[in-house]
Design a protein around this ligand. Structure first.
Ligand code: NAD
Ligand code: DAU
Length: 350
């Protein structure tokens, strides 16, 4: 039986990854390790929490003692590492927690994995989930990010993720631990914390609150439905080559303002509002400091070598996402009120 540690499984992408692995691979034992920061929500995994092959452990990836005893307890053969501080705006106002979790936390996990696996004969893998932001920023009409694009991170968040990628490669090169890394573009879909653009704006439109567009709204992002990312993670985990990096993206570039207008139009239809009424909520605000202009991924390698393709067109994915948020109002209310943090206490009698 494979024993897999998934870190950050109570977050957005982590919860989709955990759900996929628990349901698809009953023969694997999945341990979800999460610190339950503001971004971690056990409600995201209610549907799998009683499955026999699933265990939740609360803990901090930057705590060496905790990680050492966790590896002793389960003797993991692989790690899928998603735990991170993930929001660029928070990294601008509070950078040090990003350094601790994303850099020290990743180094701590690598160290403990290396120590655990040094005499091991089984197939080990440390799979690190990273971001396209490590490559920096592209011109509006420029090229794409490739696997060999030089790193040029610009925000505290992206710099901390770039550092963690370098650490993973260093542990591979120096100690020979088997690794793969993937760098993905912007994800969207159910269970995303409503601080990120799409869920924040869906919620604001619903409650007739203003839509704060940074700068002129011309920045471009390449959007991918979260389950397509989880599918890519599954493929890379099973078929990725030791020491390799894979870019993941939707070839789906939208300027923020075009995306926001599409969202407004769709929400007007769904809420039965006068066409154009949600657009009136758009408010241009001071730009994000150091705002990266454009991200765009060339995903040829994962397509050609592993046969991955995104399954959903953007309009379809966005439609599913809006429907999910509209019919899971309670989830959003719990998250915005802080109620979700009580779920853990109730569930685990603390
Ligand atoms: P998220 O913020 O929704 O979730 C992060 C999870 O990590 C939370 O459950 C949180 O409690 C946990 N966590 C934070 N600090 C921890 C610590 N010290 N110890 C243990 N757990 C801790 O993040 P997300 O958007 O799901 O991103 C997951 C990963 O994917 C991150 O590594 C991120 O850099 C990467 N990524 C995200 C995107 C995106 O668009 N969201 C795109 C590409 C890559
Ligand atoms: O590219 C991958 C990255 O995508 C991930 O590594 C990050 O974890 C993830 O948060 C995301 O980063 P972004 O900064 O691109 O995502 P965010 O949703 O915060 O912002 C998307 C764009 O929308 C960005 O250009 C900033 C803009 N924006 C965002 C917010 C929250 C606004 O104009 N107004 C807002 O209120």
């Amino acid at each position: 039986m494979k024993k897999i540690l998934i870190t950050g499984g109570c977050g957005f992408i982590g919860s989709h990854t955990v759900r996929r692995f628990v349901k698809k691979y009953p023969e694997y034992q999945i341990v979800n390790l999460d610190k339950l920061t503001y971004a971690g929500n056990l409600e995201n995994l209610q549907d799998v929490e009683t499955e026999k092959n699933y265990t939740f452990e609360e803990g901090d990836i930057a705590n060496l003692e905790q990680m050492t005893s966790l590896f002793k307890k389960y003797d993991f053969d692989s790690v899928i590492h998603l735990a991170a501080e993930s929001h660029v705006d928070r990294s601008i106002t509070d950078p040090l927690v990003f350094i601790r979790t994303n850099i020290t936390g990743t180094a701590t996990l690598l160290h403990v994995a290396k120590e655990t696996w040094k005499n091991s004969k089984s197939n080990n893998l440390f799979y690190h989930i990273s971001t396209d932001e490590v490559f920096g920023s592209l011109e509006l009409k420029g090229d794409f990010f490739y696997e060999n694009t030089p790193y040029d991170p610009k925000s505290p968040y992206s710099s901390s993720k770039a550092s963690s990628d370098h650490l993973v490669r260093a542990w591979h090169h120096t100690y020979g631990i088997p690794v793969v890394i993937s760098n993905c573009s912007n994800n969207y879909g159910p269970f995303q914390f409503p601080e990120k653009l799409i869920p924040l704006f869906i919620n604001n439109i619903l409650h007739n609150k203003s839509l704060p567009v940074y700068g002129k709204g011309i920045n471009v992002r390449d959007w991918l439905y979260v389950e397509d990312h989880a599918n890519a993670i599954d493929l890379i985990f099973h078929k990725g080559k030791n020491g390799e990096t894979y870019n993941i993206g939707g070839h789906n570039e939208w300027s923020n303002i075009d995306l926001i207008k599409l969202l407004c139009k769709s929400m007007d239809q769904k809420l039965g509002r006068e066409p154009g009424s949600s657009e009136k909520l758009i408010t241009y605000v001071t730009d994000r400091a150091g705002h990266d202009l454009r991200y765009a991924i060339d995903a040829s390698k994962i397509k050609n070598e592993l046969g991955w393709n995104p399954s959903l067109q953007f309009e379809e994915g966005l439609n599913k996402t809006i429907n999910w948020y509209l019919s899971n109002n309670k989830w959003v209310d719990n998250v915005t009120s802080g109620e979700y943090q009580k779920y853990y206490k109730k569930q685990y009698s603390i």
